[in-house]
Design a protein around this ligand. Structure first.
Ligand SMILES: [Zn+2]
Ligand SMILES: [Zn+2]
Length: 239
């Protein structure tokens, strides 16, 4: 199986320049403290933090292997969503891959928007001990679950459910919505493969989304649930 990937490069001259700025600030800070100019010493410390932070943030760049979009500030490991084609990409061994069927995040990560227009934007988690609100309701996620454990794909031996309350803000009154997610298939070895949460890379206003650990299961879920196919179905890689 050959996966499409691109190498991740770091612009070492930029990193060096920013790091050098940090070193200069450290020098100024020491000079400030030694000579009794404490105020300037503290300013220089903040400068050093800013420079070193910038040098660190410049870490990696690569083109998306699916759509060619230039991506920067890549981390060392893990998954991200391409802002161009909306494919999930995986960083491993200094290369950027289109996430394949084997891709398994440590925590639920691959995001599907919820099927209700009114919670598509501006939702946050409700505080556990929140005040009761007049404006509250319960909903069950109308999900069809692909067969097999949602983490590993092996035959499922049980179905799990969970419930979580979200707050829809921005209206005249905040609305509290208790969402039940039921009938999630698991094998004996796995749990917690699906949850509600955020994906900071997801397009649009921040909202609570349905997150999956398994990329293969995420793709199967989107294929099975029409509402899960939004945003536009991503081009398939050949992995
Ligand atoms: Zn892309
Ligand atoms: Zn499993």
């Amino acid at each position: 199986m050959e996966e499409k990937s691109n190498p991740i490069t770091t612009s070492s001259s930029e990193v060096t320049a920013k790091a050098a700025g940090g070193v200069v600030c450290v020098g100024l800070a020491i000079a400030g403290f030694v000579t009794g100019y404490w105020g300037w010493g503290i300013v220089a410390i903040f400068g050093a933090i800013a420079f070193f932070g910038a040098a660190f943030g410049l870490s990696g760049r690569a083109d998306c292997p699916a759509c060619g979009r230039a991506l920067s500030q890549l981390r060392v490991l893990g998954f991200l969503r391409c802002q161009g084609c909306q494919n999930y990409l995986e960083i491993k061994q200094q290369r950027l891959y289109v996430a394949g069927d084997q891709a398994l995040a440590d925590e639920p990560h691959f995001a599907v928007p919820l099927p209700w227009e009114d919670v598509a934007t501006r939702t946050t988690f409700a505080p556990v001990m929140g005040l009761p609100t007049l404006n509250s309701e319960s909903r069950t996620l109308p999900a069809a679950w692909p067969p097999g454990c949602c983490v590993c794909g092996q035959a499922s031996t049980r179905k799990d459910s969970f419930q979580q309350s979200v707050i829809k803000t921005g209206g005249l009154l905040d609305k509290r919505i208790s969402i039940s997610v039921v009938e999630i298939p698991y094998c004996a070895a796995h749990k917690d493969g699906v949850r509600l949460g955020y994906d900071p890379d997801f397009p649009g206003d921040p909202a609570i989304l349905l997150l999956f650990r398994s990329h293969a299961y995420y793709k199967a879920f989107r294929a099975l649930n029409g509402w899960g196919a939004k945003p536009p179905a991503a081009p398939e890689n050949k992995a």
